[in-house]
Design a protein around this ligand. Structure first.
Ligand code: NAP
Length: 189
């Protein structure tokens, strides 16, 4: 079986860089992120700027776009930003390209020659993991349990094998770990 990236004729490598609680949440159910930003402050930007500089493009879910669009500063440098959404109107924000499904987004990224792609947002990450598109994950856990919220991980069609790459303890007790996602046995890498 081929992954959606292969089906789209590309070698898009999804990279995740995301902050979460120790119990695995990326936002409270009402969208609140203060539990993360307050505790993450002592870690500075935690390598985010260098990470963005390392990618060719950004692919995010509409939930994440809604939050970022309200920020004073657009954090993606000059990288092209693609948004997955069935409810946004293409062209409503000139800074982004909207796609109604993942396959369409992957095809567009491939056409543009974008290989290393920052995937952001809980549902978008889950879709990319399930599609076999994610190649690297940097998870920054702040020391708190929040009990409930938006989850980063969810059901998968099969196990995803990971290889530990590095772990660093940053300011405020943030523990940042990078994993490589190992290719499936039926995949050529
Ligand atoms: N902790 C962190 O570092 C971090 C990072 C990023 C985001 N967040 C937070 O996480 C929350 C957003 O996450 P989220 O779970 O809502 O996920 P999300 O992936 O950002 O957004 C979900 C929406 O994206 C669209 N979407 C996602 N996958 C799709 C697919 N395969 N095909 C078509 N559309 C797709 C859908 O939009 P439509 O409904 O328009 O179809 C869906 O409702 C926000 O509160 C944000 O602040 C936190």
């Amino acid at each position: 079986m081929t992954s959606q990236a292969e089906a789209a004729g590309t070698a898009v490598e999804g990279c995740v860089f995301i902050g979460l609680s120790v119990d695995g949440f990326i936002a409270r159910l009402d969208g609140d992120l203060e539990w993360l930003t307050d505790r993450g402050e002592a870690a500075g930007d935690a390598g985010f700027r260098d990470f963005v500089a390392s990618v060719d493009a950004v692919l995010m879910g509409r939930g994440t776009y809604d939050v970022i669009a309200g920020f004073d500063r657009w954090p993606y440098q000059d990288r092209p930003v693609h948004v997955l959404s069935t409810s946004m109107t293409p062209g409503e924000d000139a800074r982004v390209t909207v796609h109604g499904d993942l396959e369409d987004a992957l095809a567009a990224l491939a056409r543009d020659g974008r290989r290393r792609v920052y995937v952001d947002g809980g549902r978008a990450v889950q879709a990319c993991l399930a599609a076999g598109v994610v190649r690297e994950m940097t998870l920054s856990r702040v020391p708190v349990l929040i009990g409930t919220g938006e989850t980063l991980f969810g059901p998968l069609p099969r196990d995803v094998d990971l290889k530990h790459v590095r772990t660093e303890v940053l300011g405020g007790g943030m523990v940042q770990t990078t994993y490589a996602v190992l290719p499936r046995e039926d995949e050529d890498d």
